[in-house]
Design a binder for this molecule. Structure first.
Ligand code: 5AD
Ligand code: SF4
Length: 433
C-alpha cells in the first residue's frame, strides 16, 4: 500500500505552487499519494504563511491538534515562510515536529523526510534552476515560477526576510517549461514571483538581459498556450512599454493585480513603496485607456503606523476612482525583521478595524455594481472543471471572473464564448453563444 501525504497550505499563490512542487516530488520519488484525512496520513506537511501574525500564532495549536489525531509513526513537517522565520525554534516549542523546511528550500523535501530533526531554512540557497512543479491540480492551468525572493524593503513586510534575495529563473528554463506544459494540454499559465515585473534584475549565473515585457512576448509565442496571467506585479515598475504589451497582446489576460497598499502619498512614502497616489492613478488611467475591459485587483493595508483619517480617505478616494474588482484588505500587523516593527505610533485597534469595515463595505457595493453590468456581456471562458452532480461546468473569463454554464465534459479545456445571463457576487451564469 502506498504511503499517504496530508498537506495544509496557507498564504499566497507562491505557497500553493510550493505545495504542488512538494507533492510532485513525494509522489514521484517516494511513492506517496495524497489524502485529505490527517488521521490516515504517514506524513503531514503544514505549508505556512507569516505575512500577518494571526496564522503564525495558530501554527502551534494546529501542530498540537495534528499530533493528537495522527497515526503514531506519522511525521509532521513545517514548511514555508513561518518555517524560514522561526527555524529551529519550532522544533524546541513543538517536539512532535520532525523537520522544518524554509520557503526557499522546498526542493529538499525528499531529503529531509529521511533525516532526524532537519532544519533547512537558508535564504541564500539557490533554488532557481529547480523550481518547476509537475503536480498541477488542474489539467488546463499551471503555475510557473519566474523569480524567487524579493529585493524591496517595504516597511511592513516580512517576505524579504523569509524568501530572501530576488533571483530570476533563466528564461530558457521558463520557455522550456511552458512548451512542456503546452504539450501536456495546459492552456493557461500563471507566472509567479513576489515582484514579477522586476524580472531580469539578477540571475544566479550569466544570463542575457531580458525584461518582463520581453519574457511575456516570448512566452506568448509558445504554441498551445492560449492565456498568460501573472502575479504579483509592482505598480512602480509598470512602465509604458509593459502596459502597451499588456494591452495589445491577445494572449495576456485582461486582469491584473495592482497592490496599492495605501492611497495616501504620505503613508506610501513611509511604507517605502516608491510611488505616489498620483503615479498609481496615472498607471491605472493609462491601462484603462489602452485596454478598457481590464479588471484590476488590489491589496490594501489599513491602520499602518501614523495613518490619519485624512490618509485613510486618500485610500477611499483611490477605491472610488479605480473601482477594483477584487480587494484583499488587512489591518496592519507588526512583523519582526521589518522596519515598521519598532514604530510606536500605532493606530488604535478599534479605529483600524472600523476603517477596514468602511473600506470593505464600500467595495462590496462597487463590486455589486460592476457585476450587474456584466449581465448581457459576452466573454470567452476557459472551462476548467465540472460540478458533476449538478451538470454545470465552471471556468474563468479572460478578465478573471468565474462563470458557470450548463454543460458537460465536452467543454473542458476549451475556450468558448458565452453570454452572461445572471450575476452573483462570487460568480456569473452564462449561456453558450
Ligand atoms: N500587515 C498587514 N498586511 C500585510 N501585508 C503584508 N505585510 C503585512 C503586514 N505586516 C499584506 C500586503 C500584501 C499582502 C500579501 O499582505 O497587502 O500585499
Ligand atoms: Fe506568501 Fe508572503 Fe505569506 Fe510567504 S509570507 S506565504 S510569500 S504571502
Amino acid at each position: 500500500m502506498s504511503k499517504k501525504l496530508f498537506i495544509q497550505t496557507l498564504g499566497c499563490a507562491m505557497n500553493v505552487r510550493d505545495s504542488e512542487h512538494m507533492i510532485a516530488e513525494l509522489e514521484a520519488k517516494e511513492g506517496y499519494t495524497l489524502t485529505d484525512d490527517p488521521k490516515e496520513a504517514d506524513l503531514i506537511l503544514i505549508n505556512t504563511c507569516s505575512v500577518r501574525e494571526k496564522p503564525e500564532r495558530k501554527l502551534f495549536s494546529e501542530i498540537g491538534q495534528f499530533s493528537k489525531e495522527k497515526k503514531e509513526e506519522a511525521k509532521i513537517g513545517v514548511c514555508g515562510c513561518t518555517a524560514s522565520h522561526l527555524g529551529s525554534e519550532i522544533l524546541k516549542k513543538a517536539p512532535s515536529v520532525s523537520f522544518v523546511l524554509g520557503a526557499r528550500n522546498v526542493s529538499k523535501i525528499s531529503r529531509v523526510i529521511h533525516q532526524e530533526k532537519a532544519v533547512e531554512v537558508a535564504t541564500d540557497y539557490d533554488d532557481s534552476s529547480y523550481v518547476f512543479a509537475t503536480g498541477s491540480r488542474n489539467d488546463y492551468k499551471a503555475m510557473v515560477n519566474i523569480s524567487i525572493g524579493c529585493d524591496k524593503k517595504c516597511a511592513y513586510c516580512i517576505v524579504p526576510h523569509t524568501r530572501g534575495q530576488e533571483i530570476s529563473v533563466p528564461s530558457d528554463l521558463i520557455l522550456g517549461e511552458a512548451r512542456r506544459l503546452a504539450s501536456a494540454g495546459v492552456k493557461e499559465i500563471l507566472l509567479l514571483g513576489q515582484n514579477v515585473n522586476h524580472y531580469g534584475r539578477r540571475f544566479s549565473s550569466a544570463h542575457p538581459k531580458i525584461s518582463f515585457t520581453e519574457l511575456l512576448r516570448e512566452l506568448s509565442q509558445v504554441e498551445g498556450i492560449e492565456r498568460l496571467r501573472f502575479t504579483s506585479p509592482h505598480p512602480l515598475h509598470m512602465d509604458d512599454e509593459f502596459l502597451e504589451e499588456f494591452a495589445s497582446n491577445p494572449k495576456i489576460c485582461k486582469s491584473i493585480h495592482m497592490p496599492l497598499q495605501s492611497g495616501s502619498t504620505r503613508i506610501l512614502s513611509l511604507m517605502r513603496r516608491g510611488y505616489s497616489q498620483e503615479w498609481f492613478i496615472n498607471r491605472v488611467e493609462r491601462l484603462k485607456a489602452l485596454a478598457p475591459e481590464t479588471t484590476i485587483g488590489t491589496d490594501i493595508i489599513v491602520g499602518f503606523p501614523g495613518e490619519s483619517e485624512e490618509d485613510f480617505l486618500g485610500t477611499m478616494e483611490v477605491l472610488e476612482r479605480v473601482r477594483f474588482e477584487t480587494l484583499y484588505s488587512f489591518v496592519y500587523s507588526p512583523r519582526p525583521h521589518t522596519e515598521a516593527a519598532s514604530w510606536e505610533n500605532l493606530v488604535d485597534e478599534e479605529v483600524a478595524s472600523k476603517r477596514l469595515h468602511r473600506l470593505q463595505a464600500r467595495h462590496k457595493e462597487i463590486l455589486e455594481e460592476l457585476n450587474q453590468k456584466e449581465v448581457g456581456a459576452i466573454h470567452s471562458v476557459l472551462w476548467e472543471h465540472q460540478r458533476r452532480d449538478e451538470g454545470w461546468c465552471e471556468g474563468r473569463t479572460d478578465t478573471g471572473k468565474m462563470v458557470r454554464m450548463k454543460g458537460g465534459e465536452e467543454f473542458l479545456g476549451r475556450i468558448t464564448p458565452v453570454r452572461i445571463k445572471e450575476a452573483y457576487r462570487a460568480f456569473l451564469i452564462g449561456e453558450p453563444l
